[in-house]
Design a protein around this ligand. Structure first.
Ligand SMILES: [Zn+2]
Length: 196
Protein backbone atom coordinates (compact mmCIF):
# COMPACT_ATOMS: atom_id res chain seq x y z
CA UNK A 1 0.00 0.00 0.00
CA UNK A 2 1.32 3.51 -0.71
CA UNK A 3 0.15 7.09 -0.23
CA UNK A 4 1.28 10.51 -1.56
CA UNK A 5 1.84 13.26 1.06
CA UNK A 6 3.42 16.60 0.01
CA UNK A 7 4.89 14.97 -3.07
CA UNK A 8 6.45 12.14 -1.04
CA UNK A 9 5.35 8.56 -1.37
CA UNK A 10 4.93 6.57 1.83
CA UNK A 11 4.68 2.81 1.72
CA UNK A 12 2.84 0.82 4.34
CA UNK A 13 2.89 -2.86 5.06
CA UNK A 14 0.69 -4.52 7.63
CA UNK A 15 2.79 -6.91 9.68
CA UNK A 16 0.05 -7.98 12.05
CA UNK A 17 -3.17 -7.20 13.82
CA UNK A 18 -3.00 -7.46 17.57
CA UNK A 19 -5.43 -7.22 20.45
CA UNK A 20 -7.07 -9.35 23.06
CA UNK A 21 -9.10 -12.31 21.92
CA UNK A 22 -12.45 -10.54 22.24
CA UNK A 23 -11.23 -7.81 19.89
CA UNK A 24 -9.63 -10.17 17.39
CA UNK A 25 -12.72 -12.34 17.17
CA UNK A 26 -14.95 -9.33 16.55
CA UNK A 27 -12.66 -7.29 14.34
CA UNK A 28 -11.81 -10.19 12.05
CA UNK A 29 -14.99 -12.26 12.43
CA UNK A 30 -13.30 -15.42 13.61
CA UNK A 31 -14.96 -18.79 14.13
CA UNK A 32 -12.73 -19.41 17.16
CA UNK A 33 -14.09 -18.66 20.61
CA UNK A 34 -14.53 -19.86 24.16
CA UNK A 35 -17.69 -21.81 23.35
CA UNK A 36 -16.80 -22.71 19.77
CA UNK A 37 -15.45 -26.08 18.68
CA UNK A 38 -12.80 -24.00 16.89
CA UNK A 39 -10.34 -23.05 19.67
CA UNK A 40 -7.34 -21.74 17.71
CA UNK A 41 -7.41 -19.23 14.86
CA UNK A 42 -4.39 -20.86 13.21
CA UNK A 43 -5.27 -24.53 13.19
CA UNK A 44 -8.18 -26.90 13.75
CA UNK A 45 -6.90 -28.46 16.97
CA UNK A 46 -9.84 -29.46 19.14
CA UNK A 47 -8.08 -29.20 22.49
CA UNK A 48 -6.91 -26.29 24.58
CA UNK A 49 -3.17 -26.08 24.98
CA UNK A 50 -1.88 -27.78 28.11
CA UNK A 51 1.23 -29.41 29.43
CA UNK A 52 1.09 -33.16 29.70
CA UNK A 53 1.52 -36.31 27.72
CA UNK A 54 -0.39 -34.85 24.78
CA UNK A 55 1.97 -31.88 24.34
CA UNK A 56 3.13 -32.00 20.74
CA UNK A 57 4.50 -29.67 18.12
CA UNK A 58 2.22 -27.89 15.67
CA UNK A 59 1.78 -29.61 12.33
CA UNK A 60 2.01 -26.21 10.61
CA UNK A 61 -1.29 -26.64 8.77
CA UNK A 62 -3.19 -23.33 8.68
CA UNK A 63 -6.96 -23.68 8.55
CA UNK A 64 -9.02 -20.60 7.68
CA UNK A 65 -10.63 -19.20 10.86
CA UNK A 66 -13.07 -16.79 9.17
CA UNK A 67 -16.78 -16.97 9.78
CA UNK A 68 -18.29 -18.14 6.52
CA UNK A 69 -21.85 -16.96 7.10
CA UNK A 70 -20.91 -13.26 7.29
CA UNK A 71 -19.11 -10.96 4.82
CA UNK A 72 -15.42 -10.33 5.64
CA UNK A 73 -14.57 -7.29 7.76
CA UNK A 74 -12.83 -4.23 6.23
CA UNK A 75 -9.63 -5.21 8.09
CA UNK A 76 -9.37 -8.27 5.90
CA UNK A 77 -9.26 -6.11 2.77
CA UNK A 78 -5.81 -4.79 3.86
CA UNK A 79 -3.28 -6.49 1.58
CA UNK A 80 -1.57 -9.30 3.47
CA UNK A 81 -4.26 -9.80 6.09
CA UNK A 82 -5.80 -12.64 4.14
CA UNK A 83 -3.43 -14.96 6.07
CA UNK A 84 -4.44 -15.97 9.62
CA UNK A 85 -0.74 -15.71 10.51
CA UNK A 86 -1.18 -11.93 10.51
CA UNK A 87 -3.51 -12.26 13.50
CA UNK A 88 -1.04 -11.87 16.34
CA UNK A 89 -1.63 -12.96 19.87
CA UNK A 90 -1.08 -10.28 22.47
CA UNK A 91 1.84 -10.99 24.83
CA UNK A 92 0.28 -8.71 27.47
CA UNK A 93 -2.52 -11.25 27.76
CA UNK A 94 -0.65 -14.38 26.76
CA UNK A 95 1.99 -13.92 29.48
CA UNK A 96 0.31 -12.79 32.74
CA UNK A 97 -2.86 -14.84 32.34
CA UNK A 98 -1.24 -17.63 30.36
CA UNK A 99 2.19 -19.19 30.15
CA UNK A 100 3.68 -16.58 32.55
CA UNK A 101 1.70 -18.09 35.43
CA UNK A 102 3.18 -21.50 34.67
CA UNK A 103 6.67 -20.04 34.25
CA UNK A 104 6.43 -18.18 37.60
CA UNK A 105 5.15 -21.26 39.46
CA UNK A 106 7.80 -23.55 37.96
CA UNK A 107 10.55 -21.05 38.77
CA UNK A 108 9.47 -20.79 42.42
CA UNK A 109 9.37 -24.60 42.74
CA UNK A 110 12.77 -24.91 41.04
CA UNK A 111 14.32 -22.32 43.39
CA UNK A 112 12.82 -24.22 46.33
CA UNK A 113 14.38 -27.44 45.03
CA UNK A 114 17.71 -25.59 44.80
CA UNK A 115 17.36 -24.72 48.51
CA UNK A 116 17.31 -20.99 47.95
CA UNK A 117 14.95 -20.96 50.96
CA UNK A 118 16.27 -23.97 52.92
CA UNK A 119 13.82 -26.08 54.88
CA UNK A 120 13.04 -29.75 55.41
CA UNK A 121 10.03 -29.95 53.17
CA UNK A 122 8.45 -28.20 50.22
CA UNK A 123 5.62 -26.45 52.14
CA UNK A 124 8.21 -24.85 54.46
CA UNK A 125 10.42 -23.88 51.51
CA UNK A 126 7.39 -22.25 49.92
CA UNK A 127 6.80 -20.40 53.20
CA UNK A 128 10.40 -19.13 53.03
CA UNK A 129 9.79 -17.99 49.45
CA UNK A 130 6.60 -16.24 50.52
CA UNK A 131 8.30 -14.37 53.37
CA UNK A 132 11.07 -13.25 51.02
CA UNK A 133 8.48 -12.17 48.46
CA UNK A 134 6.59 -10.21 51.11
CA UNK A 135 9.66 -8.34 52.32
CA UNK A 136 10.65 -7.54 48.71
CA UNK A 137 7.09 -6.37 48.06
CA UNK A 138 7.02 -3.99 51.06
CA UNK A 139 10.47 -2.68 50.18
CA UNK A 140 9.59 -2.04 46.54
CA UNK A 141 5.97 -0.99 47.20
CA UNK A 142 4.29 -3.54 44.96
CA UNK A 143 0.78 -4.67 45.73
CA UNK A 144 -0.41 -8.23 45.26
CA UNK A 145 -3.65 -9.97 46.10
CA UNK A 146 -2.07 -13.37 46.86
CA UNK A 147 -2.13 -14.36 50.55
CA UNK A 148 0.37 -17.21 50.64
CA UNK A 149 2.52 -19.61 48.63
CA UNK A 150 1.01 -23.02 49.31
CA UNK A 151 0.17 -25.96 47.07
CA UNK A 152 -3.28 -24.41 46.79
CA UNK A 153 -1.78 -21.16 45.43
CA UNK A 154 -0.15 -23.24 42.70
CA UNK A 155 -3.22 -25.44 42.10
CA UNK A 156 -1.48 -28.72 42.93
CA UNK A 157 -1.98 -31.39 45.57
CA UNK A 158 1.48 -32.92 45.22
CA UNK A 159 4.82 -32.47 43.47
CA UNK A 160 3.66 -34.95 40.83
CA UNK A 161 1.50 -32.25 39.29
CA UNK A 162 2.46 -29.27 37.16
CA UNK A 163 2.14 -26.02 39.16
CA UNK A 164 0.47 -22.84 37.91
CA UNK A 165 0.29 -19.57 39.82
CA UNK A 166 -3.16 -18.54 41.04
CA UNK A 167 -4.31 -14.94 41.30
CA UNK A 168 -4.71 -12.24 38.70
CA UNK A 169 -2.60 -11.15 35.74
CA UNK A 170 -1.15 -8.25 37.75
CA UNK A 171 -0.20 -10.68 40.56
CA UNK A 172 1.73 -12.69 37.98
CA UNK A 173 3.59 -9.57 36.82
CA UNK A 174 4.57 -8.70 40.42
CA UNK A 175 5.74 -12.27 41.14
CA UNK A 176 7.80 -12.25 37.91
CA UNK A 177 9.44 -8.93 38.91
CA UNK A 178 10.34 -10.42 42.28
CA UNK A 179 11.73 -13.57 40.62
CA UNK A 180 13.85 -11.35 38.36
CA UNK A 181 15.36 -9.69 41.45
CA UNK A 182 15.98 -13.10 43.05
CA UNK A 183 17.84 -14.61 40.11
CA UNK A 184 19.77 -11.35 39.57
CA UNK A 185 21.07 -11.49 43.15
CA UNK A 186 24.13 -13.80 43.34
CA UNK A 187 23.78 -13.96 47.14
CA UNK A 188 20.36 -15.56 46.74
CA UNK A 189 21.64 -18.48 44.72
CA UNK A 190 24.40 -20.30 46.62
CA UNK A 191 23.26 -23.59 45.12
CA UNK A 192 23.15 -22.25 41.65
CA UNK A 193 26.67 -21.73 40.36
CA UNK A 194 26.77 -22.08 36.61
CA UNK A 195 29.82 -21.41 34.46
CA UNK A 196 28.51 -20.03 31.20
ZN1 LIG B 1 -3.42 -23.82 16.64
Amino acid sequence: MSNQVNGKTFFFACCGIKGDWVYLRKALKLESGFRSTRVCHYCDTTEWWKFGSNLRSWNGQLVDPWKTDEPPTPLRTIPGVESPLLIRTDPAHTWPIGVGKEFAASTIFLLCHLDVWPANNMPDKLLGAWEHFQSWRYRTKHTCKLHEFTYKTFKVQSLQQYPVLGGSGSDCIVVCKWLESVVDDPAMLPAFHVDW
